[in-house]
Ligand binder design. Structure first.
Ligand code: COA
Length: 388
C-alpha cells in the first residue's frame, strides 16, 4: 500500500505576545498558577489585521513553492473561528495563495478536531490517488473573554501541512481509533464571538476520551506503550496533555517513563509560548517535539486529537529519517524570537479592536504588520485581503 503522511509543516503566529506572569498579576492570581498550574508562559496576541485566512496563508506560504502550488488538488481547512457561516475559508485561501482552480476547497468544523479530520481525509485521498497533494490547515483564534477563567488558555495561529505519498516528515499508520459523543463541554453558538466552556468538565471528558481511544487502538493493533517513542497531545494548555500522559505512564517501564516524559517536555515547549491554536494545537505540539526533542527518525509517535462537543481520535505514525527537511527550523525559531511583548493594557486594547460584527466599512491600521498576508479592512461587507 502507498505510504502517505505529512510531507511538510508550516506554522504562523502573529508577532506579539502577552507574558503570563504579568497577566496573572493583573488578574490577582499567583503567577505560578498560570506558569505551572495551567502550564502557559506566553500567549499570542492577535492583531485585527490577522484572521484565520491570513494566518493560514502565512503558514502555507512557508512550505509551498510555485511548482508545489500547481500540484495541490485539495484544500481542507479546519477551523472553529471561521469568518463566514457559508463560504469556506479554504476558498479565500486558495485564491490568496494562487492555487489552481481545479482544486476542491472545503472548511471542516468539529471544535479543535477539524485539522485531524482534514489530515485523515487527506491521507485516505492520497492512498487512492498517490500523485495527489493536499493542503491541510488548522487555523484559529482562541477567545474566551477578558477576565474569564478561560482567558489564560487563549492564543492563536495557524498550521499548514502538505499531505502526500512518500512523505518527508511522518508516515501515517492506517489504523486509528475514534470516538464521538454529544457532550456540552465547550461550544460557541453563532451569535457569540467568545466560547462557552465548562473547563473542568472538559478536562475530564478529554481524559476519558483519551482512555477510550487508547484502549481501542491497542486492541486493534496489538501495540502497547513500548512501541512508542513519544506522544503528542492536543494542548489547549500544556497541563492538559501532561494529565493525559500521566494517565498512561504507569504502563511503561521506569526507563521508558523517563524518555516519554522528556519527549513530552519537548512537545509542549512551543505551545507553552504561543497558547491555544485550537485546531492547530496538536500539530504545533508535533512541530515542537521535532524541534526540541531527541528523536532521530524511524520512531513511532502516538497522537491524541480532541475536539470538544466531542470527538477524540488516537492515531500514530512513523517519523521519517529526513524529517528535518520538512520544515524550516531557522525561520520558525526566528519568528518566535522576533515577537514583541505587549503589556496587559495593550493586549486588552488589541483584544477589543477585533473587526466588529456590525458589517460596517472599516479600514485597519496596518503599519506594524510584518506578515506577508494581512487583512486591510472591510468594504461592502467583504473582507479586504492583501499580500505585501
Ligand atoms: N501554583 C501551582 N499550581 C497552581 C497554583 C499555584 N499557585 N494555583 C493553582 N494551581 C493549579 C491548580 O491546582 C490546578 O491544577 P490541576 O488542574 O492539576 O488540579 C490548576 O492550577 C488550575 O487551577 P484551577 O483553580 O482549576 O483553575 P481555574 O478554575 O481558573 O480553571 C481551566 C482552569 C483550565 C479549567 C480554565 O482556564 C478553562 O476553563 N480553560 C478552558 C479550557 C478549555 O479550553 N477546554 C476545552 C478545550 S479541550
Amino acid at each position: 500500500m502507498t505510504v502517505v503522511g505529512i510531507d511538510k509543516i508550516g506554522f504562523y503566529t502573529p508577532g506579539m505576545y502577552v507574558d503570563m506572569a504579568e497577566l496573572a498579576s493583573a488578574r490577582g492570581e499567583d503567577p505560578n498558577k498560570y506558569l505551572i498550574g495551567i502550564g502557559q508562559s506566553k500567549q499570542a496576541v492577535i492583531p485585527p489585521t490577522q484572521d484565520v485566512v491570513t494566518m493560514a496563508a502565512n503558514a502555507a506560504e512557508q512550505i509551498l513553492t510555485p511548482a508545489l502550488k500547481a500540484e495541490i488538488g485539495m484544500v481542507l481547512f479546519g477551523t472553529e473561528s471561521g469568518i463566514d457561516n457559508s463560504k469556506a475559508a479554504a476558498v479565500y485561501l486558495a485564491h490568496l495563495l494562487d492555487l489552481p482552480q481545479n482544486t476542491r476547497a472545503i472548511e471542516l468544523k468539529q471544535a479543535c478536531y477539524g485539522a485531524t479530520a482534514g489530515l485523515q481525509l487527506a491521507a485516505d485521498y492520497v492512498r487512492v490517488h498517490p500523485q495527489g497533494k493536499v493542503l491541510v490547515i488548522g487555523a484559529d483564534i482562541a477567545r474566551y473573554g477578558l477576565r474569564t477563567a478561560g482567558e489564560v488558555t487563549q492564543g492563536g495561529g495557524a498550521i499548514a501541512m502538505l499531505v502526500t505519498a512518500d512523505p518527508t516528515i511522518l508516515a501515517l499508520d492506517d489504523v486509528s481509533s475514534y470516538h464521538t459523543a454529544d457532550v456540552m463541554d465547550f461550544w460557541r453558538p453563532t451569535y457569540r464571538t467568545e466560547a462557552l466552556v465548562d473547563g473542568k468538565y472538559s478536562t475530564n471528558v478529554y481524559l476519558n476520551f483519551f482512555k477510550t481511544v487508547w484502549a481501542d487502538y491497542q486492541q486493534q493493533t496489538q501495540r502497547s506503550i513500548k512501541d512508542f517513542a513519544a506522544f503528542a497531545f492536543h494542548l489547549p494548555f500544556t497541563k492538559m496533555g501532561r494529565k493525559g500522559l500521566r494517565q498512561i505512564l504507569p504502563e511503561a517501564t521506569p526507563e521508558q517513563q523517563t524518555t516519554l516524559t522528556a519527549a513530552f517536555e519537548a512537545s509542549q515547549e512551543d505551545n507553552r509560548n504561543v497558547g491555544n491554536l485550537y485546531t492547530g494545537s496538536l500539530y504545533l505540539s508535533l512541530l515542537s517535539l521535532l524541534r526540541h526533542g531527541q528523536l532521530i527518525g524511524n520512531e513511532r509517535i502516538g497522537f491524541f486529537s480532541y475536539g470538544s462537543g466531542a470527538e477524540g481520535e488516537f492515531f500514530s505514525g512513523v517519523l521519517q529519517p529526513n524529517f528535518r527537511d520538512g520544515f524550516v527550523e531557522e525561520r520558525l525559531a526566528q519568528q518566535l524570537a522576533d515577537r514583541q511583548r505587549v503589556s496587559v493594557a495593550e493586549y486588552e486594547q488589541i483584544y477589543a479592536a477585533q473587526l466588529s460584527n456590525d458589517g460596517r466599512d472599516v479600514q485597519l491600521a496596518v503599519g506594524a504588520e510584518q506578515a506577508t498576508y494581512y487583512l486591510a479592512g472591510r468594504q461592502h461587507e467583504q473582507r479586504q485581503y492583501r499580500k505585501q
